[in-house]
Design a protein around this ligand. Structure first.
Ligand code: FAD
Length: 188
């Protein structure tokens, strides 16, 4: 299987960096794996369109061609990012705005949308500091990414792993979280 890991954290020494390492080392070597590190890429997250550069042409934006090819290549997308202000990091939001354009990732059909990325699956791993008890009530952008982005584009099933209350957990508990991530990666 072709696996694309999309990683959105500025610091490789972070817990998100440890998750990335853990996933990488536990994926079965039979898979083809590519890593898209949005900060290392210095990805420009600003979506621009106007009278000269039309929104309808965003699916052909030459700057995004490399990323469209990566998404097309992948059978399975693994997303790793922290929750910032209830959302995903701006660099990741901008990646979706610019790459998952109409015509490439979906098209409008009747009152709804038709996903163009069917047949692909995903795993979202997000981290945050809110105690797990509250996250049931709050909007979690892992869920938004799963249902309102990937699901709409036809990418399903999508597994969601939300690692809660990092600031309040012990080192041992965080190591256990990483071990579980490793076990889940091994199962792919
Ligand atoms: P780090 O800060 O790198 O690490 C977290 C802890 O894990 C630290 O104690 C670190 O020492 C430890 N650690 C690192 N590596 C390892 C390892 N290998 N093994 C064991 N322990 C390790 N949270 C919310 O819940 N809701 C929000 O709306 C929200 N908004 C935010 C907005 C901003 C701008 C920022 C910067 C943070 C926000 N947060 C919010 C908190 C954020 O979600 C967490 O800081 C983030 O998820 C933690 O991930 P990290 O990779 O940055 O962790």
């Amino acid at each position: 299987m072709n696996i694309l890991i999309i990683y959105a954290h500025p610091n490789h020494q972070s817990f998100n960096g440890a998750i990335l390492q853990q996933v990488k080392t536990h994926l079965n070597p039979k898979h083809q794996v590519q890593i898209l590190d949005l900060y290392a890429e210095k990805f420009d997250p600003l979506l621009r369109f106007d009278e000269d550069q039309l929104r309808r042409d965003l699916d052909k934006d030459p700057e995004m061609e490399k990323y469209r090819q990566l998404i097309s290549w992948a059978d399975h997308l693994i997303w790793i990012f922290p929750i910032w202000w209830g959302g995903m990091p701006a660099i990741l939001k901008g990646f979706i705005d610019r790459v998952f354009a109409s015509g490439f990732a979906y098209s409008y059909k009747g009152m709804g949308m038709q996903g163009h990325l069917k047949g692909k699956t995903a795993w979202i791993i997000s981290t945050h500091n809110t105690p797990g008890f509250f996250t049931g009530f709050l909007q979690d952008y892992g869920r938004v990414l799963k249902n309102q982005v990937l699901g709409m584009c036809g990418i399903k099933p999508c597994q969601l792993t939300s690692l809660a209350y990092l600031r309040g957990t012990s080192y041992e508990k965080r190591q256990k979280m990483l071990a579980i991530i490793g076990q889940q990666a091994q199962k792919i």
